[in-house]
Design a protein around this ligand. Structure first.
Ligand SMILES: Nc1nc2c(ncn2[C@@H]2O[C@H](COP(=O)(O)OP(=O)(O)OP(=O)(O)O)[C@@H](O)[C@H]2O)c(=O)[nH]1
Ligand SMILES: [Mg+2]
Length: 315
């Protein structure tokens, strides 16, 4: 499955791949070097993001989708971002246990990683991990993130197709809309349809979708019972349909270009933040500016402008 171009960087064995990913995940200069050596490769994997509230059945659904993909002969790389939220009790173990069905399969690679961003954002290294899995040659890469805070919105920065998982009842559909999640959904799955209220939740979600601006793609709202593998074929078909639409409309290329642009900007921001933080530590004048702001001798805007002028130069 190794691509010729990256043979020296991307290993053949799973164990070596796992080590490489750990290195990427740790971040820092060596991860940065590694990602540079990987080069500007065209994305080849189809990246599907699965997000939704804690415990909505995302991992179970990912497991089902993996089975379908394997039956079609596709190799699958899975990244499950472990939440750091208080709702997450047992999630790490849960993911591992449920995914054991595929653990002996050489066509499936499963990786759990921590969402280190305390604000609930996507783990900074997850995009790089997806890129490594892509370079390794997985046909399908699935990224599971828990929809808490920003994470569920961040997944769109990595995925080609975004599946939002909801569950029946309790106004969850409305909650989801509040988080702005419907705007990023390419497909909405009401899982646990064996529970009461699934039809109503579907109707609510569909009604919300129709309020939005007219788009080239209206996200289908589907029902599943992931534990019984019910509705999975329909989800898979809808995903294929979305992919075809992305390819035919040219949106896939556009999405990916947009993502790379965002990534570059984010890398610049991160590096600048690192430099500024470091310089404040070693440069007495900068520390003084900060101190003046803290003690209200200087307004925050002026203080920020002075720090920027000194670190990156005046515009
Ligand atoms: N009744 C019912 N239970 C389900 C269904 N899908 C999943 N579950 C159960 O719901 C629980 C949570 O499922 P997970 O797949 O771990 O959910 P998750 O969204 O990945 O959970 P987190 O990663 O912790 O956010 C498990 O006990 C599953 O067996 C379903 O369709 N119906
Ligand atoms: Mg899970």
């Amino acid at each position: 499955m190794t691509t010729g171009r990256h043979e020296r960087i991307i290993p053949d064995s799973r164990r070596a791949l796992a080590r490489l990913i750990s290195e990427v995940e740790r971040g820092g200069p060596s991860a940065d070097q590694l990602m540079r050596r990987l080069g500007a490769q065209p994305a080849r994997s189809w990246v599907v993001g699965v997000t939704g509230p804690p415990g909505s059945g995302k991992s179970t659904l990912v497991d089902c989708l993996t089975s379908v993909a394997r039956a079609e002969g596709l190799s699958v790389g899975i990244v499950a971002v472990d939440p750091t939220s208080p709702f997450s009790g047992g999630a790490i173990l849960g993911d591992r246990v449920r995914m054991l069905g595929h653990s002996g399969d050489p066509g499936v690679f499963i990786r759990s990683m921590a969402a280190r961003d305390s604000l609930g954002g996507l783990a900074p290294g997850s995009r790089d991990v997806v890129r490594v899995l892509d370079a390794y040659g997985f046909d399908l890469v699935i990224l599971e993130t828990v929809g808490v805070g920003q994470t569920e919105l961040d997944v769109v920065r990595v995925a080609d197709s975004v599946v939002v998982v909801a569950v029946p009842g309790l106004g969850d559909a409305v909650q989801a809309l509040k988080a702005g999640i419907l705007e990023i959904a390419d497909l909405i799955v009401v899982n646990m349809a064996d529970r009461p209220g699934a039809d109503r939740t579907v109707a609510e979600l569909e009604a919300m979708l129709h309020i939005g601006p007219s788009q080239t793609w209206t996200p289908p709202v589907l029902q599943t019972v992931a534990t019984e593998e019910r509705g999975i074929a329909e989800v898979w078909d809808a995903l294929q349909g979305h992919r075809r639409q992305l390819e035919q409309s040219g949106d896939l290329v556009e999405r990916r270009r947009q993502r790379v642009e965002t990534e570059v900007i984010e890398l610049v921001e991160r590096e600048l933040r690192r430099r500024i933080t470091r310089q404040i530590r070693v440069d007495g004048r900068l520390a003084q500016v900060l101190d003046d702001a803290r003690n209200e001798r200087l307004d925050p805007h002026t203080a920020a402008a002075r720090i920027i002028d000194r670190v990156v130069g005046r515009q």
